[in-house]
Design a protein around this ligand. Structure first.
Ligand SMILES: CC(C)(COP(=O)(O)OP(=O)(O)OC[C@H]1O[C@@H](n2cnc3c(N)ncnc32)[C@H](O)[C@@H]1OP(=O)(O)O)[C@@H](O)C(=O)NCCC(=O)NCCS
Length: 197
């Protein structure tokens, strides 16, 4: 269950209403994960998380050449800082270490979601995605969508995303399989005062 501070936070998308989109939120189970807004000083650490997760987690589903194309050495924090401009980016911390991060764009596109191997299968990505979904609902977005890796597909499925299409993308001379997935964000049903079910 996410707990919020009840504050509003300024993201790249402007003020996002609270509940789970406050400055920090704590996901109590199964790991103690604090989720907060990205700060420019985080860039180097996030690049390390990205590299480690691709090279040490996604490598079970992709060849060495595909992994090198996905996370090449020449990608540095400057190229990521440019990529994150104009997006909402969230950082997950566990005991003051950055355990993962995720982002989404104004149209509901989730571009990046990465967890450090030291923290995998501890609910970090789930906490980030729940936070992203709450933020998206606060912005009245009607859908989230992603090009999910083979590795990430079970995660998104577990959170209610469905596969729209399996696709093969070209990346730095390699072909990589991924899945376009989406989740419709329906409005909660209104209950009329005095209505009986
Ligand atoms: C995909 C990724 C972000 C998942 O992060 P994570 O923090 O380990 O995932 P969580 O612990 O929050 O998993 C939540 C649920 O998703 C599902 N899930 C996650 N990883 C899974 C896997 N490898 N196999 C099967 N189910 C998985 C499970 O239902 C899991 O719940 P459970 O552990 O209680 O069974 C992480 O593996 C990663 O960084 N992968 C490499 C980079 C990548 O592919 N990024 C996605 C780009 S779109």
């Amino acid at each position: 269950m996410a707990q919020s501070t009840g504050k509003r936070t300024r993201s790249h998308l402007g003020d996002i209403p609270v509940t789970s989109s406050a400055q920090t939120a704590t996901v109590a189970e199964p790991a103690s994960v604090v989720i907060r807004s990205y700060e420019p000083e985080d860039a180097a650490a996030l690049v390390e998380v990205f590299r480690a997760s691709v090279h040490r987690i996604a490598s079970k589903d992709y060849t060495g050449a595909q992994i090198r194309a996905w996370a090449p050495d020449e990608l540095d924090e400057r190229s990521f800082a440019t990529r994150w401009a104009g997006k909402s980016v969230w950082v997950a911390q566990v005991s003051n270490r950055i355990a993962g991060f995720g982002d989404f764009e104004r149209d509901g596109h989730i571009d990046m979601l990465y967890v450090h191997p030291d923290f995998k299968r501890r609910g970090v990505a789930r906490g980030l995605l729940e936070h992203i979904e709450t933020s998206a609902r606060g912005l009245e977005l009607r859908r989230l969508y992603v090009e999910a890796s083979i590795t990430a597909r079970p995660l998104f499925e577990s959170l209610g995303f469905r596969v729209v299409v399996a696709q093969t993308i070209a990346l730095r001379g390699e072909s990589l399989r991924n899945y376009r997935m989406e989740k419709r964000l329906t409005l909660p049903a209104l209950t009329m005062p005095g209505a009986t079910s």
